[in-house]
Design a protein around this ligand. Structure first.
Ligand code: SF4
Length: 467
């Protein structure tokens, strides 16, 4: 059987402000995970439209499309064109789980929730010529998933081909997060077996890994045994955590010893009122600066994530947030305009309050204001957001933030990484156009020397965080 897996590109790929490098970081791991359930006799193609051209002239037996909010309209157009030719099309992913009725109009079958049990059930039905219209996830486990079909991934097109996910979901329940909509009706956080996760790591070439888990430190027992198993592997890696997991116990020390070099943290806001409003309890009354000090002492760089536009925000929030990030030596900052994703509690509340401006999903990209604001006007919010990025990544502020570290090594790593990530766009674009992006990996590795306090590895240089 000929099966084609497609990750459609965002509509914004044609927008002049689009940064190609941002969408050439990670391969479509979710689709490669599903591909592992196909049989050896199946002829499989995996196309990621962010990094390669998609042709819809062909006639596969089956097309599987992953849909997220900003690529939804493009995904539907691709699905419609294949269905018009009589090709069987399935849609799955976050947006399909949030708005199944909308997606079902463009598909022969849809998958709701995680695909590890829906996709094999569908495949069995499809082979018997009796597929159903809707498959809803019933079993939440990744204990025995087959090895990801990484052979389908065109590694040279990605800066970070070694991305990996060893858990699903997150133990927390923030109001603006998509996660609860996707995992509705069952467990919303579960892990692989440690030995299976270590075996997956072992299969990846090179040293660098990027864990795309929502909260790598979310299950203390699992994370602890994972890091113990990784020590001595000579890996360097990046991942995400919450402030409370960093402050709690010695898990972060174990992560550092195993090779953690940078961590993504959702600080979200400096306002306790906003945290309360967002149900971000795990951050409430936690000392951000203490977590930051702990990470920097371990030689771990920080990518802080922040949301603007929560109801307590006023005109001062942008400068306060940028200044705070610089003073605390954050290597990179990711800013977002609050976005009510369908299926979240935030969305339901805003819809009930009549605050949604429209449902043009292509604009739900966290860079546009799509709801009626309270403490700020829409223009103030958008302008403040744009200003925050410009200000945080000005050369003078990159330098100022890097000088906050006490160790010279960390100062240099910080400056090289933040500058390299945000200030060399033409070079990134050139490497993407010449299809040699992964050749940048050794260069980036060489920018960052081994950290004395972290994992000593095998003496080769580590790779930095990606924000
Ligand atoms: S901690 Fe992060 S991943 Fe977890 S629910 Fe909150 S926003 Fe989502």
């Amino acid at each position: 059987m000929n099966i084609k897996f497609i990750l459609p590109a965002l509509l914004e790929a044609k927008n002049p402000f689009w940064r190609p490098i941002k969408y050439s970081l990670f391969p479509p791991l979710g689709l490669a995970t599903l591909a592992a359930y196909c049989s050896e006799q199946d002829d499989i193609e995996l196309v990621d439209e962010h990094v390669e051209a998609l042709s819809t002239e062909d006639y596969p037996d089956l097309v599987i499309i992953q849909v997220y909010i900003t690529n939804a309209f493009r995904a539907y157009a691709i699905a419609d064109s294949y269905r018009k030719k009589g090709v069987y099309v399935c849609l799955g992913g976050l947006h399909v789980s949030s708005l199944p009725e909308e997606a079902a109009a463009h598909a022969d079958s849809i998958f709701i929730g995680p695909g590890e049990d829906t996709f094999p059930r569908f495949l069995a039905d499809f082979r018997k010529r009796a597929p159903q219209k809707i498959y809803i996830n019933q079993e939440r486990t990744i204990q025995d998933i087959p090895p990801i079909r990484r052979d389908l991934i065109k590694r040279s097109l990605y800066l970070v081909p070694n991305s990996i996910v060893v858990t699903r979901g997150c133990p927390h329940h923030c109001d603006f997060c998509y996660k609860d909509a996707f995992f509705e009706g069952g467990k919303s956080f579960y892990t692989q077996r440690t030995d299976a996760a270590l075996a997956e790591i072992d299969r990846l070439p090179g040293r660098h890994l990027y864990f795309l888990d929502d909260h790598l430190l979310g299950n203390q027992k699992f994370a602890s045994s994972l890091f113990e198993g990784m020590s001595g592997m000579g890996r360097v890696f990046q991942g995400a955590s919450t402030v409370d997991a960093i402050l709690r116990s010695n898990l972060i020390e174990k992560a550092a010893a195993a090779g953690l070099r940078s961590v993504f943290i959702g600080f979200e806001t400096l306002s306790q009122g906003n945290l309360l409003q967002s149900n971000k309890k795990q951050n409430l009354n936690k000392t951000y600066s203490e977590a930051i000090r702990k990470l920097h002492d371990l030689g771990i760089m920080i990518n802080g994530s922040f949301v603007f536009g929560l109801d307590e925000d006023d005109k001062d929030v942008f400068k306060q947030t940028v200044d705070w990030g610089i003073e605390n030596g954050l290597t990179t900052s990711t800013y977002h305009i609050l976005t009510p994703y369908p299926g979240t509690r935030l969305y339901k509340q805003m819809e009930a309050d009549g605050r949604l401006l429209h449902k043009n999903w292509s604009l739900y990209d966290t860079r546009q204001v799509v709801y009626k604001t309270k403490g700020l006007s829409a223009a103030e919010l958008k302008n403040g957001y744009d200003w925050a990025y410009r200000s945080f990544y000005s050369w003078s502020n990159v330098l100022k933030a890097s000088l906050q570290h006490s160790e010279t090594e960390l100062k240099l790593k910080h400056f090289a990484y933040a500058g390299g990530w945000k200030k060399f766009e033409p070079l990134w674009n050139f490497m993407i156009k010449t299809r040699g992006l992964n050749q940048m990996l050794p260069l980036l590795e060489s920018i960052l020397s081994r950290n004395k306090k972290g994992n000593q590895g095998d003496g080769r240089s580590p790779f930095p965080a990606i924000a």
